[in-house]
Design a protein around this ligand. Sequence first.
Ligand SMILES: Nc1nc2c(c(=O)[nH]1)N[C@H]1C(S)=C(S)[C@@H](COP(=O)(O)O)O[C@H]1N2
Ligand SMILES: [Mo]
Length: 492
Amino acid sequence: MPSPIALGFPAWLRAAHWINVFFIGLLLRSGIQILSSYPRLYWGYDSTPHRAWLKFTRQKLPTDRHWITLDQELDAPTWLAQPGGKLLGLGRHWHLAALVFWILNGCVYVVLLFATGEWQRLIPTSWTIFPAAWHTAITYATFHLPPADSFHPYDPLQQLTYAAVVFLLGPFLIVTGAAQSPAIAGRFPWYERLFGGRQTARSLHFLGLLAVIAFTIVHTGMVIVTGFSQNMGKIVLGGEFTPLREAVIIGLAIIAFCLLFYGVTSWLSLRRPRPVHNALGAIIHPSMRWLGHVTPPRQRYTRADISPDFLVNGEPPTSERYELMKALGYADYHLEVGGLVGRPLCLTFAQIRALPRHDQITLHHCIQGWSAIGEWAGASFADILKLCGPLPEAKYVVFWSLSEDTTGRQFYEVLDLATLRHPQTLLAYQLNGEDLTVEHGAPLRLRVENMLGFKMVKWIERIEFVAEYASIREGQGGSREDNKQYEIEASI
Ligand SMILES: Nc1nc2c(c(=O)[nH]1)N[C@H]1C(S)=C(S)[C@@H](COP(=O)(O)O)O[C@H]1N2
Ligand SMILES: [Mo]
């Protein structure tokens, strides 16, 4: 069955193949980094301890003391993960930056595939491909190789596999990845429901990663056993009559370059996290920011959806002042609202509770990967805005906490005013019908239902309106951004 057109290995196809190899490598490595931050997989919406269907740690959950999810982060080895260690923030930066280029390359490839007629190498035009592929499968299963003339340019089984990888596995990884974004899931809860919940989407994304690894192993094995030099000749230099030795050398050099790049950039990320954070941030920051702005959250889960366990992250305040406040039932707590506002405020806890009360049942997404559904009650941030009247220069709001960050300094996070105007943004004082416990942020914590959990400052001490955040602390827009290279626009 000769092909209607000569489907060779044109230069654009060869380039797209190797660019794809490079970015898939980065995506796999950084994906492993992200997984190691919470190496437990669940089905459904939440991550109830002891209900993981798969975990990559023997670490036991303490039963005798309070624990937080940051304690459960694993050290990833640099030979396997990008960049290694506990650098979840940079792992995510690598993953999302590589994603941008991987998708661009994929789009160019698919457009050219159809524009040049090369689509016929992947998309079957006759049903006979299925029995033919079955025949090839039997040939392989009996440890034989199909005859060389069955490759035009691919044999039927190979063609079906490649078509499935390009048109099914690739999109599957993109859609299951997107289902994990708090902004997308917050604005379009039906999209998340399509997958059966955030944790199911995460587990499916992981199974997709396994499929990519399986494909890579089998594909590389086949390239080697079916005539390594000829195959390299085709995918590196194109034609049937190219100098094979040169092709093999160039092909291996490309692979060596990829490995060297992963090694050097991981080492750089561990040595100099800040410049790497800024460089990769420049690639992903604008789209993360855009996504956060166009996704006013519309979460509406039901009481039946509420998670049996709402995990805890972040260490509570340790000051005497807080202990005293707690002992008095937060009766003397007050919230300062200042900075670039028309009317600075000092609101008592009673005044905050007297503001119109809003209730919402929403899904919380922690950057580490766990999630939980809870019912929150509190004052709308829009009401605070009305009371304090931000000045036109105010662009950001700093939430200062009564607690300390992992370096012992006051915990803070910066959010932009546009995000805070979304209707589900609350200063919450209740979870699941009870006043907040110390662990969950008593007396007052932030809820921003289209962002990752780390932006939702607990134990709020004061709120400051500012024009910029570059001059605050290390200038990255929050404690987690300063210390752990998280991205300020936490919409994915
Ligand atoms: N002050 C303070 N607030 C914080 C944190 C913290 O470490 N300190 N951790 C954040 C993170 S990473 C998450 S996921 C949520 C967790 O909220 P929860 O403990 O109520 O589940 O709180 C956020 N708020
Ligand atoms: Mo988190």
